[in-house]
Design a protein around this ligand. Structure first.
Ligand SMILES: [Zn+2]
Length: 215
């Protein structure tokens, strides 16, 4: 039972040091401990002795790799052992599907929930910057996507544990867009998006197969 308490304690400790990365993996009873990412906080040195697969910075223990965090309650050790390759995480070159979150004028956050064809059990945060939207000049992210849209993008870098996304290719971009007035699914017409319900006209950077991504 002691192990469980330790594990529970560990999983409440989910404050991540990297703002661009966010993942919640359920099933805490999963054999072998919860899945952690590089840079994910595991605890503090007052609680645990850092063991293999971890590193310490300013008294905080972080995971060095994608793996499962194990707490050895008896010896007060925390370690991460590498995960078999079957657990999907986005990598540079991955095609991902995500929901547009917080939108700024020159970038948007994307909650990645699918890598390739595989749904994730948690989400990763990605960022799409206005310069990576398309080859042509884009004046505002408002013409690209809006909060709540579903987007297909490619991971172009993983700098500082943040997934930087691109929608430059024609198969990339918004796959489902919703009317900002009435939330109905928008329909592409010529170079604009039309709301069949309220008639509102908006702009998006859509993927060539808009509306056909199975979710
Ligand atoms: Zn509408």
């Amino acid at each position: 039972m002691k192990t469980c308490t330790q594990k529970a304690k560990l999983s409440t400790n989910k404050t991540l040091i990297n703002a661009g990365k966010h993942m919640e993996i359920g099933a805490p009873e999963q054999k072998g401990g919860r899945v952690v990412l590089p840079g994910e906080r595991l605890g503090v040195i007052e609680e645990f002795i850092p063991d293999s697969g971890t590193y310490v910075k300013d008294g905080v223990i972080y995971s060095q790799l994608v793996g499962r965090a194990l707490v050895d309650a008896l010896n007060k050790r925390v370690l991460v052992y590498p995960l078999a390759e079957h657990i999907r995480v986005p990598r540079v070159g991955s095609i991902v599907i995500g929901e547009v979150g917080n939108a700024q004028s020159d970038n948007v956050l994307v909650r990645i929930f699918q890598v390739g064809r595989e749904k994730l059990s948690g989400t990763f945060s990605g960022i799409l910057h206005i310069s990576d939207v398309q080859d042509r000049y884009v004046s505002s992210m408002n013409d690209v996507c809006k909060t709540g849209d579903i987007l297909r993008a490619k991971v172009i870098s993983q700098k500082n544990h943040i997934y930087h996304l691109s929608t430059v290719d024609k198969n990339l971009g918004v796959v489902y867009a919703f009317c900002s007035r009435c939330a109905a699914l928008l329909e592409p017409k010529r170079h604009e998006m039309h709301c069949p319900k309220c008639g509102h006209v908006e702009k998006r950077k859509i993927a060539i197969d808009y509306g056909r991504e199975p979710l």
